[in-house]
Design a protein around this ligand. Structure first.
Ligand SMILES: *[C@@H]1O[C@H](CO)[C@@H](O)[C@H](O)[C@H]1NC(C)=O
Ligand SMILES: *[C@@H]1O[C@H](CO)[C@@H](O)[C@H](O)[C@H]1NC(C)=O
Ligand SMILES: *[C@@H]1O[C@H](CO)[C@@H](O)[C@H](O)[C@H]1NC(C)=O
Length: 537
């Protein structure tokens, strides 16, 4: 094993100033909330709990005082957001299945193009889930008994296969490699697993880390978050909530490289230099540039490294995305883009400079600019956790912790017109589970051309619009006859709202005998439930 890569200390000053900066106003609210987060992300073996708590509350947990840039202009996030176009259309009838989902933590594609998700079924990451040493506290509940991995058909969302029963305690990351092997991380087990395609046989081909024992040496992880596998079989593990490092392994599972340092100082808004992480939370590969990119969650940025040697290459941040960036996925479409999901602001009553909304964003790696935004219904998510995009850039899937959802979006060039989808949802009003979207053949799998345009689309659109309006007219007449003149649009919108917002975790859990969500417990990953989205909507 080689030495850990030296941090680019000499250079971080200059790189730092290239970055789009944020203000460093460490106000009370920030301190309090950061302290909460820091509690669960503490490095292992660094003094007594009381000491740590003192450190955190004083905000002196930071090992480094990095030079901070001059105050930047405050970006008017609302105006900038409004300027962004929406290029992806929400598929609100997908998935057409009635499978109960717990918090969905990860989404990826198998070799056949199916959408594969990892979810927590009945488990919730609350304040009680780990102690201050990052040791899982609910071991006696045993592993999750139901399937945690589901393979969904991309066009309909039907469950094609499921597995992962009686293995996992607190699912986190999912990645499927070029040979169709499935890589999973479990933050309770502190382990990383490689399973054969579709989990066949139920036995991992490779297990890294020591079950239930957090640590930071060669044999241990601490809440590992994600995996990415190169074509040659070498792979990366993001480790994770406490160690804030990235480890590179050979195909056989031998460590090759380790890099990254913890910048989780207790203040959210410090600008950390490259190679420092405040939770490396997700990974994606950029094959064209031979890069590995990491979602540096609480630093609100994407950091990219040369996959060959782990050297820092570039970073991407935008005030519109804000201070928290949960996941990103690369697509070579349109010259190379990162599809990003952010998270709710860590700040209640956020000040203008920390204001953000929870959306999906498309960022061009070439121009480093945001290209567009996307989201369900009113365009906003609540707690998105992971994102996947097809190689052609046509379909995006977003895993959400709460509400517990998997979302699908299609690029507007391949999406069927909304009118038809709305009509369909009206016609199948009470059959949520049975409503299968019309198979227009526009799914991720079949769409070969990237963002096809021109005649084909025009003709198809016209046909769909015609079909849609015919059906709409027929329905409207029927409806009028039945119960008077309810405005068509109003009902549509209400229906759409009911379908998504009505799918509440509380009700779901009650009905199915799942654990009831403790609203007081701060789920580590969506702790700021109190940040009301509606007040900004
Ligand atoms: C921060 O926490 C302290 C102690 O719990 C509390 O007294 C104070 O009001 C909090 N500050 C804010 C701004 O919430
Ligand atoms: C949004 O779309 C319009 C029309 O296609 C285009 O002119 C404009 O440049 C786009 N805006 C951005 C920020 O890409
Ligand atoms: C790492 O690899 C990249 C790409 O090959 C190269 O440009 C860079 O100089 C390398 N860095 C080090 C420290 O060797």
């Amino acid at each position: 094993m080689k030495q850990p890569l030296t941090v680019l200390k000499g250079c971080f000053f200059c790189l730092n100033f290239l970055w789009i900066h944020r203000l460093v106003t460490a106000i009370d609210v920030t301190e309090n909330q950061s302290a909460q987060r820091y509690l669960q992300g503490l490095p292992i073996g660094s003094g007594s709990n009381a000491d740590r708590l003192q450190q955190m509350l004083k905000g002196v947990g930071a090992p480094i005082n990095w030079p901070q840039p001059a105050k930047p202009e405050i970006t008017d996030v609302k105006t900038e957001l409004a300027k962004l176009n929406t290029t992806y259309v929400y598929q609100n009838e997908w998935p057409a299945n009635n499978v109960r989902l717990g918090a969905v933590t990860a989404v990826s594609f198998d070799k056949a193009g199916n959408v594969v998700i990892f979810h927590r079924v009945n488990r919730i990451w609350s304040q009680r889930t780990f102690n201050n040493e990052n040791v899982y506290q609910e071991k006696n509940r045993g592993p999750i008994r139901e399937s945690t991995v589901l393979g969904l058909e991309p066009d309909t969302g039907k469950v094609l296969y499921d597995w992962g029963k009686n293995m996992f305690y607190m699912p986190h990351g999912l990645h499927i490699d070029p040979e169709d092997n499935v890589w999973l991380t479990d933050v309770a087990l502190h382990q990383v697993f490689k399973f054969p395609p579709r989990g066949a046989g139920g036995r991992p081909l490779l297990t890294l880390g020591t079950a239930f024992h957090p640590g930071n040496g060669i044999k241990k992880f601490c809440k590992p978050t994600a995996v990415a596998v190169l074509n040659n079989g070498d792979f990366f593990v993001a480790d994770g909530y406490c160690n804030a490092r990235i480890v590179k392994y050979s195909k056989q599972g031998e460590q090759i490289l380790v890099w990254g340092e913890n910048s989780f100082s207790g203040f959210s808004y410090d600008v950390a230099p490259p190679n420092f992480f405040a939770i490396p939370h997700a990974l994606t590969l950029v094959p064209e540039l031979e890069l590995l990119c990491a979602a540096d969650r609480e630093n609100g940025r994407v950091q990219c490294f040369h996959s060959i040697n782990g050297t820092f290459h570039s970073q991407y941040h935008n005030p519109v995305i804000g201070d928290r960036l949960f996941s990103m996925a690369y697509t070579p479409a349109a010259g190379g883009e990162l599809v990003i999901v952010n998270g709710p602001s860590a700040e209640v009553g956020a000040q203008q400079q920390h204001y953000n909304e929870v959306h999906g964003f498309v960022l061009s790696m070439r121009t480093r600019q945001l290209v567009s935004k996307f989201g369900p219904n009113n365009l906003q998510f609540e707690n998105p956790h992971d994102v996947a995009v097809t190689a052609d850039g046509n379909a995006i899937y977003v895993a959400e912790l709460s509400p517990t959802r998997i979302h699908k979006f299609l690029h507007k060039s391949v999406a069927k017109p909304m009118s038809l989808s709305a009509v369909k949802s009206l016609s199948s009003s009470n059959e949520v589970a049975a409503a299968a979207p019309a198979s227009s053949g526009s799914g991720a799998e079949t769409a070969a051309a990237h963002h096809p345009s021109g005649k084909a689309i025009l003709v198809a659109s016209l046909m769909l619009v015609f079909a849609g309006s015919t059906l709409a007219l027929a329905l409207m007449m029927a409806r009028r006859r039945k119960r008077g003149c309810l405005p068509f649009g109003t009902h549509n919108r209400r229906h759409a709202w009911e379908k998504t917002e009505g799918f509440k975790l509380g009700g779901l859990l009650d009905r199915n005998g799942f654990e009831k969500l403790d609203q007081n417990a701060s789920d580590e990953e969506h702790e700021q439930q109190t940040t009301s989205i509606s007040q900004y909507a």
